[in-house]
Design a protein around this ligand. Structure first.
Ligand code: HEC
Ligand code: HEC
Length: 218
């Protein structure tokens, strides 16, 4: 009887928990990709502590991550040269993307989206409150919130990126490259109408403010 009961309980638990198990497997597989295919070296522990001016991935929207990984794999994400190497910032990553299968991309995106985000980086020197306020005001005035939400923490579409707590220099670079039509892949064209009205001072203020907004963990 006991054996039968536990078999029934196991059976029920198995049925109810099936999607969770499947998800757990994808998360594990995603973590394995992250740890073994060199991602860790540049994007840091659990995607939350990137090096240099590289993007934080922990807590980013899964759909956005999948789309970017595919674009980067296909060579469709380009950028201005990094003055210290002479190559676009994405080159080192683009060179290893052949190691990933389509399933690896899905799994690693699921894993990264589920990781808790780190606290915003400490800027040195600390930004003036006036610059942060300016950044928030310009973000609102230019209409960024229509797609990225009121403070960059919750995009209005899951295919759009969360901007809160990205590295300041990374934010400056991406905005500038979209404004100058260097980054044109994926859905970046959606940005063009708005970002063309941003001058360098707008970009600096907005990037500084967004880099200091806490990113929620899922
Ligand atoms: C040699 C360093 C390096 C390695 C290794 C690397 N990346 Fe990257 N990754 C970058 C840089 C730099 C960028 C941003 C490029 C830019 O500034 O235009 C980036 C961008 C990304 C983006 C887009 C983020 C966004 O907000 O648009 C994703 C997703 C990503 N990397 C995931 C990964 C994964 C997963 C791996 C492992 C398979 C990996 N990266 C390996 C350096 C690296
Ligand atoms: C109409 C919708 C829309 C508006 C308005 C918009 N964006 Fe975006 N933004 C997007 C989409 C979609 C992407 C992803 C592009 C891609 O697929 O490569 C993006 C990407 C970005 C990125 C790069 C993020 C990353 O992780 O690489 C930054 C930074 C950004 N937007 C800032 C802004 C700012 C600042 C404004 C206002 C000046 C703005 N956006 C207005 C839709 C929008």
């Amino acid at each position: 009887m006991r054996a039968l009961l536990s078999a029934v309980i196991l059976g029920v638990a198995g049925t109810l928990a099936a999607p969770a198990f499947a998800d757990g497997d994808a998360l594990k597989a995603g973590k394995r990709v992250y740890m073994t295919k060199t991602c860790l070296a540049c994007h840091g522990r659990n995607g939350a502590k990137p090096v240099l001016s590289y993007p934080a991935l922990a807590g980013q929207n899964e759909k956005y991550l999948v789309a970017q990984l595919k674009i980067i794999q296909e060579g469709g994400r380009v950028g201005n040269p990094d003055p210290s190497t002479g190559h676009p910032f994405i080159t080192g990553m683009a060179n290893i993307m052949h190691l990933l299968t389509a399933d690896d991309i899905k799994n690693v995106a699921k894993y990264l989206a589920a990781q808790p985000a780190a606290a915003p980086e400490t800027l040195d020197p600390a930004p003036e409150q006036a610059l942060l306020d300016e950044g928030e005001a310009r973000y609102k005035k230019l209409g960024c919130k229509a797609c990225h939400g009121k403070d960059g923490t919750k995009a209005t579409n899951k295919a759009y990126p969360i901007l809160a707590a990205l590295d300041r220099d990374y934010l400056v670079r991406q905005m500038t490259e979209m404004r100058d039509k260097v980054r044109t892949g994926g859905k970046s064209k959606l940005m063009f109408g708005v970002i063309k009205r941003a001058d360098d001072a707008d970009i600096k203020a907005i990037a500084t403010w967004l880099s200091q907004v806490e990113r929620p963990s899922k």
